[in-house]
Design a protein. Structure first.
Length: 252
């Protein structure tokens, strides 16, 4: 197995992509610390049982709003108190807002940047310090193709994901000496239950398919496969990279 007994922290674990990454981490033998907003954990308690089914004693679920420093600190404390030493962190939590730049409020801008960029940074700092006390590890940031190229109605999102891609490189430089690799994954549009209606609208579908040479949306499994590879020792010489899972979208 790729991640046998590796303690792996994931944010946004109960989101569409987060659930699939969490399940695949478990399947590869990791001990998963699944984190998400408290209210989401509460609402989706049944699902946690579903993701974790068959993986008794292989995961814990902890609340953590990554925009709140006290919650990040408390997560770090709990992990330490339980004697767990993380070797993998997947910064998956992220939010989007579709709207024209002229209509973006300060509140929306701040919220997107706080979750997608600031939250990922301080989670990396918290878990990175624990990795430094152990054997190092691998941090994987879920960015987006829209961190590399722009698109309409996504000014704060594109800015946050571009920041995340360069944050990845900055951390790669500073933390290589601790044996910590830091990479990002850049998915194209990922078809999920939540966005299916929007992505399958015929006009939108036709125009997006023109942009994706492989002519399909990504599945959450496509993203999770890239995450698993980067998290594992098979990628032991890879750090600072932005791996597009985009069916060729960025090739033009
Ligand atoms: N779905 C796509 O098409 C797509 C494409 C490219 C990149 N991505 C990225 O993939 C990641 C996962 O996206 P998804 O489609 O699964 O979205 P999703 O909305 O299904 O899941 C996001 C998760 O993040 C959690 N979250 C939100 N705010 C948080 C906070 N403050 N603290 C902790 N957790 C918080 C949510 O509760 C949710 O569980 C995001 O970073 C997103 O930007 C998604």
């Amino acid at each position: 197995m790729l991640l046998e007994k590796k303690v792996s922290v994931i944010t946004g674990a109960l989101g569409a992509i987060g659930q699939v990454i969490s399940r695949m981490l478990l399947e590869e033998g990791a001990f998963v610390i699944a984190t998400d907003l408290e209210r989401v954990i509460w609402e989706e308690e049944a699902f946690i049982g579903h993701v974790g089914r068959g993986f008794v004693d292989q995961y814990i679920v902890l609340p953590c709003d990554i925009t709140k420093m006290e919650e990040i600190d408390s997560l770090g404390r709990i992990i330490r108190e339980r004697g767990l030493v993380p070797e993998v962190l997947v910064n998956n939590a992220g939010i989007n807002y579709l709207g024209y730049a002229k209509d973006v409020t300060e509140e929306t801008w701040d919220h997107i940047l706080e979750v997608n960029l600031k939250g990922a940074f301080f989670m990396s700092q918290c878990i990175g310090k624990l990795m430094m006390e152990g054997r190092g590890g691998s941090i994987v940031n879920i960015a987006s193709q829209h961190g590399e190229v722009a698109n309409l109605q996504r000014a704060p999102y594109c800015s946050s994901k571009a920041g995340l891609i360069n944050l990845t490189r900055a951390l790669c430089l500073e933390w290589a000496e601790y044996g910590i690799r830091v990479n990002s994954v850049l998915p194209t549009f990922v078809l999920t239950e939540k966005n299916e209606q929007t992505l399958m609208q015929s006009g939108r579908y036709r125009s997006y398919m023109r942009e994706i040479p492989l002519r399909r949306y990504a599945a959450a499994e496509d993203v999770a496969n890239a995450v698993l590879f980067l998290a594992s020792d098979r990628a032991s010489m890879i750090t600072g990279q932005a791996l597009a899972v985009d069916g060729g979208y960025l090739a033009k």
